[in-house]
Design a protein. Structure first.
Lengths: 154, 304
């Protein structure tokens, strides 16, 4: 079963590429189509960026192939950061570091776009903030295997 | 009365005998402890008469018990292994002056011998009931083995640290080499530059890329710049943001920037990212972009 679990410690922002690549290979092995693999990879990259950016780079990423309730890849990213106060709000584009950017406002150069979580929500089939896991932030996202195969066969 | 005196004298002598044998027993115990002590013990009285245990002989060789302090003082060195230990600073001498010292490191090398022994020395004065110094006891411990283990450990640590340093340097050099290789700016045609991007675009690399591309655009006065993403497998929001900034800054120099070769899977995810890509002029491939650039260049020349 360990063959279907992939785990990484993550901290540095550049690590996202390596982890995303491994995640994509994992997803391809699990039977995800190229597009879904790519989407999962970007989702992983976004969440790893968040760990590096908001949690002082102390976290882990875990990918698992699950059979129930339906075949899917579960992505769990945990960090020891300050946590997310309002997850629904954080999912909205432009929300980052506790503020909502106005439409005409340009982000400062050093600032991130604040699109990460929203993008993950669009790229994955499900996303949830696991709040009962103690301090820090745990995000759990699901990429389904079934729908993807249909999409791939089209 | 007389018989009383006699009795008490007898009792006294019995008592003295008792005490003498007790004292002897204690003396023997003390002697046994000193002789059997795993460290070298040297006891000196005020006249410099020495008593020592067999371990002293083991460390300092055959000379043993009746050793004059002056003799071994010329064979004892400070931890630099060069400077002879001054007689006045010898722990036993200091103890005879009433000082106490603990775990002083020394190096002992007998005359004519090349290999020495590392020792630590502690010494304290012996005092009578009035607190007057009556002698001194000095304890030597052979720490050669410990010292060599410590030295070994230290040298291993050094080796490890230097190999770590070498590795870090190697990584830095490789990184620099990869950077040299990975951000070539090509002059495809008159006025047309191309930046083929292969692999991942992290912040370090994108800064490098942007700098080179802008410098090259400025230098060559190119009017068209093609950023080819055929070799890019993953574009997340941060990467997309950097690419957009790259394109924007090229256009601020007055060049037209085309993006080519976006992989289908990358294209699909870029759409999902939710970034505003409106300002980006994307073309199918490098060939297409070059053709368009050349056509536009020709048209511009016609109108000028």
């Amino acid at each position: 079963l360990s063959e279907w679990t992939l785990e990484f410690r993550c901290g540095e922002v550049h690590e996202r590429f390596y982890i995303a690549r491994e995640a994509r290979r994992f997803a391809a092995r699990a039977g995800l189509g190229p597009r879904a693999c790519s989407e999962l990879g970007v989702g992983v990259a976004e969440l790893v960026s968040n760990v590096a950016r908001h949690a002082a780079g102390d976290g882990f990423v875990r990918l698992r192939l699950l059979d129930a309730p339906e075949p899917c890849i579960e992505l769990v990213v945990h960090d020891a950061g300050p946590g997310i106060a309002d997850f629904e709000c954080a999912l909205r584009d432009g929300f980052s570091r506790g503020r909502q950017r106005l439409a005409h406002e340009q982000p400062k150069n050093s600032e991130s776009l604040g699109l990460g979580l929203g993008a993950v929500a669009r790229l994955m089939d499900e996303i949830a903030h696991v709040s009962d896991s103690g301090p820090g932030t745990t995000i759990r996202a699901i990429k389904r295997l079934t729908g993807v195969r249909q999409r791939g066969s089209r | 009365l007389k018989s009383d005196d006699l009795q008490s004298a007898e009792a006294l002598s019995v008592r003295i005998e008792q005490l003498e044998s007790e004292l002897k027993a204690r003396d023997e115990l003390l002697r046994a402890v000193i002789m059997g002590h795993p460290d070298a013990v040297v006891i000196s009285d005020l006249k410099g008469q020495l008593t020592s245990n067999p371990e002293v002989e083991r460390i300092f060789g055959q000379q043993g018990g009746s050793l004059e302090p002056g003799d071994w003082a010329t064979e004892l060195f400070k931890p630099d292994m060069q400077t002879p230990y001054p007689l006045e600073q010898m722990p036993l001498m200091r103890a005879l002056r009433g000082e106490e010292c603990k775990d002083l490191a020394m190096y002992y090398r007998p005359k004519g011998s090349r290999r020495g022994v590392w020792i630590t020395v502690s010494a304290r004065p012996l005092r009578d009931a009035q607190g007057e110094v009556t002698g001194a006891v000095s304890v030597f411990r052979d720490v050669t083995e410990r010292k060599s283990l410590e030295d070994d450990l230290a040298s291993r640590n050094n080796q490890l640290a230097s190999s770590e340093r070498e590795k870090t340097e190697l990584i830095e050099r490789l990184r620099a080499a990869v950077e040299e290789l990975s951000t070539p700016v090509l002059e495809l045609w008159d006025d047309v530059l191309a930046l083929p991007v292969v692999g991942v675009v992290d912040s370090h690399r994108s800064a490098e890329m942007t700098e080179r591309l802008l410098a090259e655009t400025e230098r060559s006065q190119a009017r068209f710049v093609i950023v080819d993403l055929t070799g890019v497998e993953i574009v997340d929001t941060a990467t997309a943001d950097r690419l957009l900034k790259l394109v924007t800054s090229v256009e601020l120099l007055g060049a037209r920037c085309f993006v080519t070769g976006i992989q289908p899977a990358v294209a699909q995810t870029i759409v999902e990212l939710g970034l505003e890509f409106g300002q980006l002029k994307a073309l199918r491939n490098l060939k297409h972009a070059l053709k368009l650039s050349m056509a536009l260049a020709a048209r511009d020349e016609d109108t000028l």
